[in-house]
Design a protein around this ligand. Structure first.
Ligand code: NAD
Length: 346
């Protein structure tokens, strides 16, 4: 652990949201997004990264984990369980970590494969008696619907669950909810994303879940594909995945927030798995009618230099902070990125 981390772990912070101590954060899943999350948290004073789990083990240090050491161990040995002396190998890493660690909020950077996996993790938290804040970056409408059905149980368990808090759904859905305020009626919300990554292995779950949206594929088929089969598919398309009319929870989230009916929301995009440069600029276009009867379109475009990881992990922790302030006020249950403002984490 670096000196900087030792110092940070003893700090206590009062924030503009009324959050009165440094938030102890755990990250479940230590692949592409989980590792980026650790790096995003490293310079923050209001949050301290203390716990992480992968499929084969977990690491927990109440004084703070070192992202470089964690990444070196995970990427060379395949699990945080090998991290000396704070790692533990386990084939029930999430359950063990929930039991052992003192954590205020978790970012669930886990694959949602099968499509019921995240809901099963939420159930594990409920059944364990743990209380705190959970944040996910779920994508599919049907996956968020499963959590919605657990709203009352989450509330009774004292869990504040923030769903769909990545980039899309997440940042772009929230931007649509904000842009909608200029209009008396919303006609369409059109999200188009461009993602560039140097190699698909850095984000295996993300790419498998995207393949599941291609014509002729579904979640089950994409889950069962071997790495060699994924590579063969990407070879055929020169590494490019073009996605249209995706089943994305932005639609459900905007409907729940009272912005528009879900059939007015469309999501598609292009993913280049062989080039970190974005194939197109990610944007959301919100078209509506003003009270004067004018039809207009607001466009919110992300900077091309911002990576998928920056646009997912930044909002995820912004919503974690917002979730902590709700939790501290005794407000539990399920919230989405379209109904709560994220708070900036310092
Ligand atoms: P990844 O494949 O790179 O990593 C997954 C990690 O989860 C690995 O560390 C693996 O060991 C761990 N894991 C798997 N099963 C586990 C288990 N049972 N217990 C504990 N750990 C387990 O994944 P990724 O590409 O970083 O994607 C993570 C999720 O983020 C995906 O569901 C993806 O769709 C989602 N995502 C959302 C957005 C958005 O904007 N909303 C954008 C990108 C990715």
């Amino acid at each position: 652990m670096s000196d900087q981390q030792v110092n940070r772990s003893t700090q206590s912070t009062t924030t503009n949201s009324g959050v009165t101590h440094q938030v102890r954060v755990g990250v479940l899943g230590f692949g592409g997004l989980g590792q980026a999350a650790a790096r995003v948290l490293a310079p923050k004073n209001e949050m301290l990264w203390v716990a992480a789990a992968d499929k084969k083990g977990y690491a927990y240090d109440s004084a703070g984990l070192d992202p470089d050491r964690c990444m070196a161990t995970y990427n060379s040995q395949g699990s945080l369980g090998y991290l000396d002396p704070v790692g533990t190998l386990s084939n029930r890493a999430i359950a063990d970590l929930i039991e052992k660690a003192n954590v205020d909020g978790y970012f669930l950077a886990l694959p949602n494969l099968p499509n019921t996996f995240m809901a099963s993790v939420a159930r594990q938290f409920i059944e364990s008696g743990w209380r705190g804040v959970l944040v996910d970056a779920l994508k599919r409408t049907s996956a968020v619907e499963q959590l919605l059905a657990m709203k009352d149980e989450l509330q009774a368990a004292g869990i504040t669950y923030m769903a769909g808090c990545g980039a899309t759904p997440g940042l772009l859905t929230a931007a649509a909810a904000l842009a909608a305020q200029s209009y008396a009626e919303i006609h369409s919300v059109k999200i188009t994303f461009g993602v560039g990554i140097a190699n698909w292995e850095a984000y295996r779950a993300t790419i498998r879940e995207d393949i599941a949206h291609l014509p002729g594929y579904d979640v089950e088929r994409a889950t069962q594909m071997s790495d060699a089969e994924v590579e063969a598919l990407l070879d055929q398309t020169n590494g490019i995945l073009t996605l249209e009319n995706m089943e994305h929870a932005d639609d459900l989230m905007l409907e729940l927030a009272g912005i528009c009916e879900r059939d007015r929301v469309t999501v598609g995009g292009v993913v280049d798995t062989r080039n970190p440069k974005k194939p197109l600029s990610t944007n959301v276009k919100i078209t509506g009618r003003t009270f004067e009867g004018k039809i207009s379109t607001h466009t919110f475009t992300l900077g091309d230099e911002t990576s998928m990881a920056a646009n997912v992990c930044g909002p995820a922790f912004g919503y974690l902070k917002a979730g902590v302030s709700l939790h501290q006020r005794g407000i539990y249950g399920l919230f989405t990125a379209a109904e709560v403002m994220p708070q900036f984490v310092k």
